[in-house]
Structure formats: structure tokens, C-alpha cells
Design a protein around this ligand. Structure first.
Ligand code: HEC
Length: 113
């Protein structure tokens, strides 16, 4: 019985470190995006220049992992590394919630050749 309690506590605690289990706030995500990301990715996630990726509708987990990688130095980019360095775990959750929640419609070309 004692062991079972520890297992439950461990599983519950581990859940805190699994990104997808935390919801993230859309309102806070949007507010942060307006201040920090808009110039390059737009608030809607549509890039403002050729060398910037679109992030509208990007997968939430992917975004969280990339932003953490920029922050830790595992992934490097002149601008993104600095920007991610200013983000808290909560910011990353909220921003990823915001951009991943943007609906994207995909249409392939009619006559590919
Ligand atoms: C100064 C311009 C600029 C700003 C501001 C900026 N980004 Fe970026 N972002 C970039 C560029 C350029 C890349 C491509 C990096 C690379 O080539 O590795 C990028 C890459 C990313 C990626 C990885 C996309 C992928 O396909 O792997 C994510 C996620 C991202 N940015 C999110 C954000 C968020 C969230 C913010 C606001 C907190 C933000 N960025 C602010 C320019 C910017």
C-alpha cells in the first residue's frame, strides 16, 4: 500500500514535466506574442519575411521542444536564441498554446506536374 502511494505521487509529479499535460493560456499567449513575436512571425503566425518560418497551427509539443532547445542552446539561431532566453516555461506553454490553436486550412495545387 505504501509503495502504491509513492507510485501515484511520482506519476502525478512527472505529469508536471510533460508539456502536453499543461493547458497554457490563450489570452496570455496572444498578449506575449503581440509584444515579442509579432514583428517576425505575426500574431497570426504568418511570417513577415522570407527567412522566417510560419508557425500558425504548428504542433504544440513541437513548438515547446523547439523553444526550449533555443533557450538551452541545443538549437542555435542568432535571433531566436536571444528571444527564447527571455521566455519562462509558462511563456513557452502559453505561446505554444496560442500559435498551435490558430486554424490552418491546407489546399494542395490542383494540377501538380
Ligand atoms: C527577430 C525575428 C524573430 C522574432 C521576434 C521571433 N522569431 Fe521565432 N524565428 C525567427 C527565425 C528567423 C526563425 C528560424 C530559426 C532557424 O532558422 O533555426 C524562427 C524560428 C522559430 C521557431 C521554430 C520553427 C520551426 O519550424 O522549427 C519557433 C517555434 C519560433 N520561432 C517561435 C517564436 C516565438 C514564440 C516568438 C516570440 C516569443 C518568436 N519566435 C520571435 C525569427 C524570430
Amino acid at each position: 500500500m505504501k509503495h502504491l502511494c509513492w507510485v501515484i505521487i511520482l506519476v502525478a509529479t512527472a505529469g508536471l514535466y510533460i508539456p502536453s499535460l499543461n493547458a497554457g493560456s490563450l489570452t496570455a499567449g496572444r498578449a506575449k506574442a503581440e509584444i515579442v513575436c509579432q514583428t517576425c512571425h505575426g500574431v497570426d503566425g504568418q511570417a513577415t519575411a522570407a527567412m522566417i518560418p510560419n508557425i500558425s497551427g504548428q504542433q504544440k509539443e513541437y513548438m515547446i521542444i523547439q523553444l526550449r532547445a533555443f533557450r538551452s542552446g541545443k538549437r542555435k539561431h542568432e535571433q531566436m536564441s536571444i528571444i527564447a532566453g527571455m521566455l519562462s516555461n509558462e511563456d513557452i506553454e502559453n505561446l505554444s498554446e496560442w500559435y498551435s490553436s490558430i486554424e490552418v486550412t491546407v489546399k494542395t495545387p490542383d494540377n501538380p506536374n
